[in-house]
Design a protein around this ligand. Structure first.
Ligand code: 44T
Length: 713
C-alpha cells in the first residue's frame, strides 16, 4: 500500500507443533464453544479472538469453522470500520489470511476495504488473487474491473493505438537523437513507449519517470518483454522530485514528454518543464546556430504548442451543465455540435524557452473579438491544440482530426442561455492562472452595444433569455443557483454533471409524477372507503408517507410532496442542496412540515429501513436504482426486497420493475480503448501485458467525440 505506515507488517506468527495434549484439547473445545456463544450474542470482537485461538491451535477445524469464521471476521471488521479503527481492521484481515491464505472471499473483502481507504493498487492485487483462485467469482470480477478502470485509464489504450501519433513522436525523437541528443529523459513515460523509441533510435542513455505506481509497474513489464529493461532506467517518481545525480546521473540533452491533457496544461507540463530546465536538462541552445553540439545543450520534444478555441452550440453539453427547458425532444440531445465561430488562436507557447514558461502566469488577460459565423445558442468554448514536436512536425487534437484526442470544453453555466446571431461578435477572455488556461465568454457586441454575459456578476443581464416562461421555466428560474461549475460563490450549489443531466430529464420526472398521482388517488380512495365520510384531512396521521432514497440531488421527494396529502422524505445529504429543495418547496406552496430530510446512510441498513413512525408505514418508496450511465446499483436492488415489508397495504416501490434490454454492437472505439491492437500501432513495441477487460458502462459518449458504435443485430 502506498502509505505503509497505516498498516504495519506482521511477522509470520509462530505456530506451535500439534501435540496430543488433553489440556490443549480442552482449551480448543471451550474456545470453540465460547466463539459460537459470542457469535450468537453478536459480540463479534470476542468471537473473532476465540476463533483465532481455536484455528491456530487446531487447524483441523478449519473446514468446519470456515463459514462462521468468515462471518465473524466480516461483522467485526465492519464494526471496526464504522469507528475508524482501521489499523485493527487490517490486522484482523492479515490474521485471517494467515489462517486461510487461499480464501477468495476473505481476499475480496479485504480488497473492498483497501479500495474504500484509497489503496487502489493493493485492492487490485487482492481482487486479482481472489479471481485467480476462483475465476467464476462474480463479486471479485466486478471489483477487479472497477479498480482496473481506476488504475489504468482508458486513454492509455487510445494513445497507444494511435499509430499516427506514435509515428510522429518516433520520427521527431529519431531526428533529435541522430542530430546529437544522446541522453534522453522521458517524463511521464506511461508504458515506456517514447523512452523505447529513443533507445531504438540509438540514444546512449535513456531514463524515464512515471508517477503512477501501476503505470510504472506496467512500464517495467513492457520494458522486460521488449528486452530493454537493462538499457532504460525507469524510476517511480514525479519528475518534479527528481534530482541529478541522485535519480539520474547526469543532465540530459533531450526531454520527451506527452504529459498533456485535452486542455494542454492539466497534467502540469508547464511546471514539469520549468523544473526540468532548472534541474534535469542541459542549458538550451543559444541563437540560431544549427551546428552547435547538440549533446551539450538541452531541448524538449514537443518544442511548443498552439492552443485553439471555438464557440459552439451543443445540446449534449448544455444538458450536463445547466438547467435547460428545451422544446426539442431529448432524442435531439445526443452528441454533435454546431460551430458558432471560426477557430481562433488562444495561446502560443515555446517549451524551449524557460523564461516564457515562467512568464505564462503573469501574461496579461487577452481579449479576443470573434465574429459569429452561424447563429445558435452559446453552450461552450471548445479548446484543442497543436503540439509542435519540432520545427517540421506537429500533432493536432482538433475536432476534425482522426486522433485519439478529445477536445476540452469550457461550458457556459449561467441558466439564462444566450442566442448568438450571425452579425454578433463574441468577446472571449484568455488568461493563465497557476499554469491553467482560463477561457471565458464575457460579452457580445450587437448593434454597437456590448451585452455582458457574466450573469453571476451582473444579474441585470440584457441578453435574450432563451426559455419562454413555461411553468417548468419558472421552476428553472428558482433553480438558478444550481451549478456544475467548481469555483462559484457561496450562493451557488454544486451539482455533478450527471445530476444536472438527470434534473434536465423531463420525461423521467413526468413519468414519476404521473405514477405517483395514480398511486395517491388509489390510496385516497382506499382511505375514504375505510372511514366513510371522513374525506381528505390535513391531519398528519392521514398523510401518505413517501421515502425517496435516490442518490445525490433529486427532485422526486419534492414532486411527491407537491401532490398534496403527502409527507415526503428526501435523502439529499448536502446542506446546500437541502436548502435549495426547501426553497423550492416554499415557492411551490408545499408546507414546510411536508418535506423532511431522511438521514440516509446507504451503508446503514437499519437507518434506511427505519419506519417513519411507529404507526406509519411507507406508501411509496422511491429507489433510484439505475445510475445515469446505465449501471444498476446492486446494493439498492437488494434493499428493494427488504423495503417491501415496510410498505403499507397497497403501497408501491418506484420503479415497479426494470426491463433490461441488450443489443449486440460492433465498436471500434470500445476496442481501441480496451487493449493494444497489435504491434503495428505501437511501432513494433510489444504490449502484451497491457490490456483491460471491457466493462460496459452504457453508451454515454461526451464532448465532441462522435460514437462509432454500430448496431449489428
Ligand atoms: N488524457 C488524455 C491525458 N505523469 C493524457 O501518470 C487522449 C483523455 C485523454 N509522471 C480521452 C482521450 C485522451 N512526472 O501516466 C501518466 C501520468 C504521468 C507524470 C512523472 C510528471 N511530472 C508527470 C505528469 C504526468 O504521465 C503519464 C502520461 S500523462 C498524459 C495524460 C488519448 N481522454
Amino acid at each position: 500500500m502506498p502509505n505503509t505506515s497505516a498498516r504495519p507488517k506482521h511477522g509470520r506468527r509462530t505456530r506451535r507443533r500439534r501435540r496430543e495434549d488433553p489440556a490443549r484439547n480442552e482449551l480448543v473445545s471451550s474456545s470453540l464453544e465460547s466463539a459460537q456463544q459470542c457469535l450468537f450474542n453478536q459480540d463479534y470482537g470476542t468471537a473473532f479472538v476465540h476463533y483465532l485461538l481455536v484455528l491456530n491451535l487446531a487447524p483441523m477445524f478449519k473446514d468446519f469453522a470456515r463459514e462462521s469464521f468468515r462471518f465473524t471476521l466480516f461483522k467485526w471488521t465492519e464494526e471496526l470500520d464504522s469507528v475508524g479503527r482501521i489499523q485493527e481492521l487490517f490486522d484482523c484481515y492479515e490474521q485471517a489470511l494467515e489462517l486461510f491464505p487461499a480464501d477468495e472471499v476473505i481476499l475480496n473483502s479485504m480488497g473492498e476495504h483497501l479500495f474504500r481507504m484509497g489503496f487502489r493498487d493493493e485492492a487490485a492485487g487482492h481482487f486479482h488473487k481472489a479471481l485467480k483462485l476462483r475465476p467464476d467469482y462474480p463479486e471479485a470480477r466486478e471489483n477487479f474491473y472497477r479498480v482496473a478502470n481506476w488504475l489504468v485509464e482508458r486513454w492509455h489504450f487510445l494513445m497507444l493505438n494511435d499509430h499516427g501519433r506514435n509515428r510522429k513522436y518516433q520520427q521527431a525523437i529519431q531526428k533529435a537523437v541522430q542530430s546529437g541528443c544522446n541522453t534522453v529523459l522521458d517524463i511521464g513515460t506511461g508504458t515506456g513507449i517514447l523512452g523505447m523509441c529513443a533507445k531504438k533510435a540509438g540514444a546512449a542513455e535513456v531514463y524515464a519517470c512515471e508517477l503512477s505506481k501501476t503505470m510504472y509497474e506496467l512500464a517495467c513489464e513492457v520494458l522486460t518483454a521488449n528486452k530493454m529493461d537493462d538499457s532504460i532506467k525507469i524510476v517511480h517518481m514525479k519528475s518534479l522530485e527528481m534530482e541529478v545525480p541522485k535519480d539520474i546521473p547526469q543532465k540530459v540533452s533531450l526531454v520527451v514528454t506527452e504529459t498533456v491533457d485535452a486542455g494542454l496544461f492539466g497534467e502540469g507540463i508547464i511546471e514539469s518543464l520549468i523544473h526540468a530546465w532548472h534541474h534535469l536538462l542541459l542549458p538550451p541552445q543559444r541563437g540560431e546556430n544549427e551546428f552547435q553540439d547538440q549533446s551539450a545543450t538541452g531541448r524538449v520534444i514537443p518544442a511548443g504548442a498552439t492552443v485553439f478555441g471555438m464557440a459552439l452550440e451543443s445540446l449534449e453539453i448544455r444538458r450536463h451543465h445547466r438547467l435547460c427547458v428545451s422544446e426539442r425532444d431529448s432524442a435531439d440531445c445526443r452528441g454533435g455540435y454546431k460551430a458558432l465561430t471560426e477557430p481562433f488562436t488562444a495561446l502560443n507557447i515555446d517549451f524551449n524557452n524557460v523564461q516564457e514558461l515562467e512568464g505564462l502566469s503573469s501574461r496579461a488577460v487577452q481579449r479576443i473579438r470573434l465574429p459569429v459565423t452561424q447563429g445558435g445558442e452559446l453552450d461552450a468554448l471548445a479548446v484543442w491544440f497543436q503540439l509542435h514536436l519540432d520545427e517540421d512536425s506537429s500533432l493536432s487534437t482538433g475536432p476534425e482530426e482522426d486522433t485519439c484526442w478529445e477536445q476540452a470544453i469550457y461550458p457556459v453555466h449561467s441558466t439564462k442561455g444566450f442566442v448568438l446571431k450571425p452579425q454578433d461578435e463574441l468577446v472571449v477572455e484568455v488568461s493563465c492562472r497557476d499554469a491553467f488556461l482560463r477561457l471565458c465568454s464575457v460579452a457580445v457586441l450587437r448593434d454597437g452595444r456590448e451585452i455582458c454575459l457574466d450573469t453571476l456578476q451582473d444579474p441585470q443581464n440584457t441578453g435574450d433569455p432563451v426559455s419562454n416562461q413555461t411553468p417548468e421555466a419558472e421552476l428553472c428560474t428558482a433553480l438558478a443557483c444550481l451549478q456544475t461549475e467548481q469555483n462559484q460563490t457561496k450562493d451557488f450549489c454544486m451539482l455533478e454533471c450527471s445530476e444536472m443531466a438527470l434534473l434536465n430529464n423531463r420525461e423521467y420526472h413526468q413519468s414519476f409524477s404521473s405514477a405517483l398521482s395514480k398511486l395517491i388517488s388509489q390510496m385516497k380512495v382506499k382511505c375514504q372507503n375505510k372511514e366513510p365520510g371522513s374525506g381528505v384531512q390535513s391531519d398528519s396521521a392521514d398523510l401518505l408517507f413517501v421515502l425517496d432514497v435516490s442518490e445525490g440531488f433529486s427532485l422526486l421527494s419534492l414532486i411527491a410532496a407537491s401532490h398534496g396529502h403527502v409527507k415526503a422524505f428526501s435523502s439529499v445529504e448536502k446542506v446546500k442542496q437541502q436548502e435549495v429543495l426547501k426553497r423550492l418547496a416554499q415557492s411551490n406552496n408545499v408546507p414546510e412540515q411536508h418535506l423532511e430530510f431522511w438521514l440516509n446512510n446507504m451503508e446503514d441498513e437499519q437507518g434506511m429501513l427505519k419506519r417513519p413512525s411507529r404507526e406509519k408505514l411507507w406508501s411509496a418508496i422511491i429507489l433510484d436504482c439505475v445510475e445515469t450511465c446505465g449501471l444498476i446499483r446492486q446494493k439498492l436492488m437488494e434493499k428493494a426486497s427488504l423495503a417491501r415489508c415496510l410498505l403499507e397495504d397497497g403501497g408501491s416501490i418506484f420503479p415497479a420493475k426494470i426491463v433490461v434490454q441488450g443489443i449486440l454492437v460492433e465498436s471500434d472505439t470500445l476496442l481501441l480503448e480496451s487493449a493494444v491492437q497489435g504491434q503495428e500501432a505501437t511501432l513494433g513495441i510489444q504490449h502484451r501485458s497491457v490490456h483491460q477487460p471491457v466493462h460496459c458502462t452504457g453508451p454515454c459518449v461526451f464532448g465532441l467525440l462522435h460514437t462509432r458504435v454500430q448496431a449489428s443485430q
